[in-house]
Design a protein. Sequence first.
Length: 139
Amino acid sequence: MPYELSITRVINAPRKTVFEAWLDPEKLAKFMIPGPGMSVPKAESDAKVGGEFLIVMKAGDMELPHRGEYKTIDKYETLAFSWLSKHAPEGSIVTLNFKELADEQTELTLKHTGLPSVESHNNHEEGWGRILQVLAEAV
């Protein structure tokens, strides 16, 4: 039975800024940091439906490649992509919904479906939570 998670955060930046950060390789390299001491030495993005991305996260000497394909790019509203890694199999999908709030704030809801186990769910929940925190600081 696949598992899913959902995280909602309010980010102090305009919706357009927050949305576009997810499609920009330079910005992805700054905020796709799921744990302390990690970095992203490589990020690539072909930001169109059917386009692919590659994010290589690094923890110490270990590189953790994450790939996917953009499924939905509804400007400033919704972004959906497949998410493939050692810990997320084929069929794992991340959907981001962006809601504009007052005072140039954005409510961002991340939903990740197709996770294979409770352990994968918990690890991704922790990782995505940290990524959203770093994103909020980066924008």
